[in-house]
Design a binder for this molecule. Sequence first.
Ligand code: ATP
Length: 443
Amino acid sequence: MNKIEDKMDAIVALCKRRGFVFQGSEIYGGLAGTWDYGPLGEALKWNVQSVWLRRFVWGKGNMFKVNAAILMNQKVWQASGHAAGFADPLVECKKCKHRFRADQITAADSEKGKCPDCGGELGAQRQFNMMFETHVGAVQDASSISYLRPETAQGMFVNFKNILDTEHPRLPFGMAQIGKAFRNEIAPRDFLFRSREFEQMEIEYFVDPKDWEKSFEYFRAEMNAFMSDIGLSATRIHELEVPESDRAHYSRRTIDFEYDFPFGRKELYGLAYRGDFDLKQHSEFSKVDLSYYDEEKKERFVPHCIEPSFGLDRSVLAILCDAYTEDDMGGDKRIYLKLHPSVAPYKVAVFPLLRNKPELVKKAEEVFATIQKDIPMTDYDDNGNVGKRYRRQDEIGTPFCVTIDFETIEKGNGVTVRDRDSGKQERVAEGELLKYLKDKVKG
Ligand code: ATP
């Protein structure tokens, strides 16, 4: 496979065929920029969240996870700058009326002022605000305007004082949130990469201004470690030091973590030093004091903020692109997902060799129940023949398949465990199976 579209088409097709991701509102022809996760995609996504929580939140003591409302007072977005400035440059074709993001059409097209779709004349560039506007309550006037949040970050800044008052943390400490964000992207594209409804996993880490570099470097290393946790190849990840001219207005330093997607090297995550911009803005607009009192130094100041920001759907896409593999096995072309066990929807699948032999089924159900207690994401599969089951489990990225055969029950000779990547099978004694699997899939 050499064409980029072929690889993306193959991934999108696999996602639909196996129940990872479907087009949003598919039976009505879809809704551009929306995707629905099926059972396996949802499991994969959940795994990414739990790896993230394990690395950044659980057991940290100074990280506080919140879950703020998606609809927020419109003043939040005035304070943050989104109401006035969260916009992309839009151009419209005068002939076919198609709209494009001016910075995404090719240099040649934009220079000639021609529409990439029909060659018609492009109109003047204008700014297009990407927030989805709505009205809260029965009256539709300027005071009832609200927005579907375009990022999760602001839900944390507005709760800064609540965390100070309830948790009494000492600097440095962080707030973390996983949740939906909405952007009316001019041109949603590249499958899950740029959609209009997506999920973010964000941290706002508050520091004493003089310590910002230490925390920035800490998160830089931790973000790289997280990408390794979820199985992304280090060679496909690149750090981009964003020059001042390209940084968001509030940012004093930003590193983009870019990933080599089949459609090009693109931003996967961002790490920004936001200074005291957000807390100061919200203090000013809300008239609520958002400063911090340092008991030891007897000093009051507004903490500065480091923000590691992760797109959950972009993580899923990067994982799928990294894992998608085609090879030859036993003379047949095989497609499989070389997923890291930490994110695989199923870590293990258990089969009876034949589904019409009650003694095999009984034993397989027993083995399944034992494994499933310790490894909850275990599948039981008795559809079709064993070859078909291997093909399905390979395609959905299950690292290990356990088969119960006649030797298991007649000779007490253990079970076979097949490794997804090599296709090799080994016999493992029943009493050692759980430990064997736990050692292999932990992480
Ligand atoms: P881009 O330049 O690609 O539009 P951004 O710099 O605007 O992204 P941020 O505002 O920094 O993105 O958002 C943080 C993270 O949220 C991004 O690194 C990305 O992983 C994710 N993200 C942003 N926009 C989208 C989108 N439209 N669809 C899916 N994920 C997104």
